[in-house]
Design a protein around this ligand. Structure first.
Ligand code: AMP
Ligand code: GLY
Length: 428
């Protein structure tokens, strides 16, 4: 089968790495990809292609030309823009939800209303498009409190305000056009206390299959300090999410979501990623994403034994019966190396030393913002490399990953040194 994978992050490099292992694959195209997907190895039938993702007719034309039978959409922006609808209209199989179902990530109000209707545990909230009404509501609340832009804001639309003044400023920023149309509406949400975990399920419109669990590290610096980022490292399994809690999440959150979406005529297919807080009253949903987490995907792909392509095809065809993903019992951990300055402003173009000889069967260096310039590997983004290791425990995987991180020659890079440490207290 010929496959087109859309995206350019560490998530897509990890997906490409797994798709290339499938006996079902003939050729894989990655649009636009990065230096990692460019150099997947001589035996891998993968090629980067420079397509304009926002131009859906260009993607459709490419699929016709190359006889693409499956498109796998990595990031949320094209899904929210309806790329799956446009491809399906042309008869191309797509892994990922259509525009209506992608509202689960594209509109926080949509998700909150679904939670209300289906009685899914989540934070209390108010939704406002007028400044006066938002400020009136805020007066009735206490800090900490969470302010969110309604739409997609590239991970920057959420402020966890520790004072009401900070909350007020975030409301002004949001409704003042800081986040463009994404902030035309603001959500004011109860602050939930507890540990944050990610839960992933593959869905076929009607049914879902839970994937392995993972935990991300959102803050830029050690000890969960500094600004929120896309994620600075991840590990799997998330030992804090016990079997009992997992069953509760499936029963109280994922199953009613699938049902609620069907009732709306927005059957969800693709990967459903629930951002959860484990509160004293049980797991509560803080957000849905309609794609794999990045860097959570990297650790999941290390641990997945089964043929990923077979799973993606089954989801795209709307029938997951017969699919039962098998996982390595080992743990996996990924350390994100980012350009100094990220998630604020940073410079592209710094040289990264050779990565030759640093990888082996259980250690992979997934690329995110990288480009190949002649013989040089060059940083081209905030998050740049994801050093991902698999071993018998999270501790061992951490040791292996950091050994490689320390051997990468890149002056402009920084990384957290405590990825996976928070798992220590959960390991019995
Ligand atoms: P989001 O973009 O929705 O993932 O939010 C970014 C981060 O803000 C999350 O990863 C959480 O750490 C935090 N957050 C969001 N909503 C809440 C909430 N209701 N209570 C506590 N923390 C939250
Ligand atoms: N790692 C968080 C995300 O992908 O949104």
């Amino acid at each position: 089968m010929n496959v087109l994978l859309i995206g350019s992050g560490g998530r897509e490099h990890a997906l490409a790495y797994k798709i290339c292992q499938s006996p079902l694959l003939k050729s894989l195209f990655i649009a636009p990809g990065n230096a990692g997907t460019l150099n997947l190895g001589a035996k891998n039938p993968a090629t980067n292609v420079n397509l304009k993702i926002s131009n859906h007719s260009e993607i459709v034309a490419f699929c016709r030309e190359k006889q693409i039978e499956l498109v796998v959409v990595g990031p949320e922006v094209p899904l929210v823009a309806g790329i799956a609808d446009d491809l399906r209209a042309e008869g191309v199989l797509v892994f990922g939800p259509n525009k209506k179902a992608a509202q689960l990530e594209g509109s926080k109000k949509f998700t909150k209303e679904l939670c209300e209707k289906m009685q899914i545990p989540t934070a209390d909230y108010g939704s406002f498009d007028s400044l006066e009404a938002a400020l009136e509501y805020l007066k009735t609340k206490t800090a900490p409190i969470v302010i969110k832009a309604d739409g997609l804001a590239a991970g920057k639309g959420v402020t966890v305000a520790t004072t009401l003044q900070q909350a007020e400023k975030a409301i002004y920023d949001c409704l003042d056009g800081h986040f463009g149309s994404a902030g035309a509406r603001v959500i004011i949400e109860e602050f939930l206390e507890g540990e944050e975990v990610s839960f992933f399920a593959i869905c076929d419109g009607k049914n879902f299959i839970p994937l392995a669990t993972a935990q991300d590290h959102k803050r830029a610096f050690d000890g969960d300090k500094g600004p929120n980022t896309g994620g600075m490292g991840a590990f799997s399994p998330a030992t804090i999410l016990t079997e009992k809690l997992t069953a509760q999440v499936e029963r109280e959150i994922i199953a009613p979501t699938m049902l609620g979406m069907q009732e709306l005529g927005a059957d969800f297919s693709g990967v459903l990623y629930a951002g959860l807080i484990l509160t004293n009253q049980g797991p509560k949903l803080i957000e849905y994403n309609v794609r794999f987490g990045d860097p959570e995907c990297q650790v999941l792909m290390m641990r997945l034994k089964s043929d990923l392509l077979e799973i993606l095809i089954a989801s795209a065809k709307g029938d997951l019966s017969g699919i039962k993903p098998v996982w390595h019992n080992n743990a996996a951990l990924s350390v994100v190396m980012a350009t100094k300055g990220y998630p604020g402003s940073y410079n592209n173009g710094s040289k990264i030393g050779s990565l030759n000889g640093l990888e082996n069967k259980n250690v992979k260096i997934f690329h995110a913002g990288t480009v190949q310039k002649g013989n040089s590997l060059v940083a081209n983004g905030g998050r740049v490399l994801n050093v991902t290791a698999m071993a018998s425990s999270i501790n061992e995987a951490r040791k292996k990953a950091y050994e490689v991180v320390e051997n990468i020659d890149w002056n402009e890079g920084f990384w957290r040194t405590d990825i996976g440490k928070k798992a220590d207290k959960d390991i019995k």
